[in-house]
Design a protein. Structure first.
Length: 358
């Protein structure tokens, strides 16, 4: 209540990107981080979950995009997340697209972004993740080891026919730092990136990564992040490619290029222009895709559900649809720092009820 009444209006007076920078700088202050940990972290051992061979302290994670460089892992731990996904990371540093590139749609509780994989490069991300692990150690306030994923992409200057090399670099450089990998070929903000979801380039990228993965002493879970704008026929093909290459799972879904059904005026949307839409408008489509994947894959793929989770009901709906784990980002912006705790408390109470009635 305090966040929505007092803090959120102040932050929303800033540009979306400036508000993000201000918030993360404040969170990195030791007294603020300590206060957040005391208020927001919620240890629920009953929610520990083994997925893809990894033990997650709870199933609620931070989606890629919020922390592109691994700077805020301790802060996300303080908010109660069971896992964080760093990135999207590219081999070389890149500034991303021109500003402004992040826009709020308050009437829809949504964001439009065309950030363009702005990040400091994979070597910085790897170093920051390793440094964070030394600080947070093996146990977290969530009751277990913080799980960290690496979301990898290609540089804007890399042509699609050479994209596989960028994904290999990201994979190799991050391998010793992260617990799992997500291959991002579905962002709408890098020109022609989504073409890599087509059969030939996707098979090449995934097969090359898995070849290197299985050559390691111990391989790590590899997942693919898909767009919500795919047809079910396209999803069927992608699922088969993932199963053929023994992927661990699917992240469903990325942002959408659709503007269907929004309350925001067409004039404002036209003024904003291109970009990926995230937030509440995605919940129906992302949940529909998760339900479809769960049924079609026959439990051969783990599912990370993301897209439109703002409330405990949203989270429970996505889990009921078949998600093994869930992630959020835009929901954190609109709901505030207690969103993870509220979700954990709700799904914990449902879990306990189901346990007692079985």
């Amino acid at each position: 209540m305090i966040y929505k009444t007092f803090i959120k209006p102040l932050l929303f007076n800033l540009s979306a990107e400036n508000a993000h920078h201000f918030t993360t700088v404040m969170m990195r202050q030791a007294p603020v981080r300590w206060a957040l940990e005391k208020m927001c972290a919620h240890n629920q051992p009953s929610l520990e979950k083994v997925v893809m061979g990894l033990k997650f302290p709870n199933p609620v994670g931070l989606a890629a995009g919020f922390d592109k460089n691994g700077f805020y892992i301790r802060e996300m731990q303080a908010l109660g997340f069971g896992f964080v996904e760093i990135g999207t990371v590219t081999p070389l540093p890149q500034p991303g697209n021109d500003k402004p590139r992040l826009f709020r749609l308050p009437k829809d509780e949504a964001l439009i972004n065309r950030m363009g994989f702005n990040n400091y490069g994979v070597e910085v991300a790897a170093a920051r993740i390793k440094a964070a692990r030394k600080v947070i150690g093996e146990n977290t306030n969530n009751g277990g080891r913080m799980i960290i994923g690496g979301n990898i992409g290609k540089n804007k200057i890399t042509p699609n026919e050479k994209a596989v090399n960028d994904y290999i670099i990201g994979f190799e450089k991050l391998f010793d730092a992260v617990d799992y990998f997500v291959v991002n070929v579905s962002s709408p903000n890098t020109p022609n990136l989504r073409e890599l979801q087509e059969e030939k380039p996707l098979r090449e990228i995934l097969s090359e990564l898995q070849k290197r993965n299985f050559q390691k002493e111990k391989s790590k879970p590899l997942l693919l992040k898909i767009a919500p704008d795919l047809s079910f026929e396209q999803i069927d093909l992608i699922l088969q490619i993932c199963i053929d290459n023994k992927l661990a799972g699917i992240v469903a879904t990325n942002t959408t290029i659709s503007r269907e059904g929004l309350r925001t005026s067409s004039e404002k949307l036209n003024a904003i222009g291109a970009g990926g839409l995230s937030g509440k408008p995605l919940i129906n489509r992302s949940t529909e895709i998760i339900n479809y994947i769960a049924k079609k894959s026959n439990n051969q793929l783990a599912i990370m559900g993301v897209g439109g989770i703002h409330t405990p009901d949203d989270a429970n709906r996505m889990l009921d649809a078949g998600a093994d784990l869930i992630q959020l980002y835009t929901g954190l912006i609109y709901e505030g720092p207690f969103v993870v705790k509220n979700i954990i408390k709700r799904i914990s109470s449902i879990h306990l009820f189901q346990t007692h009635t079985e």
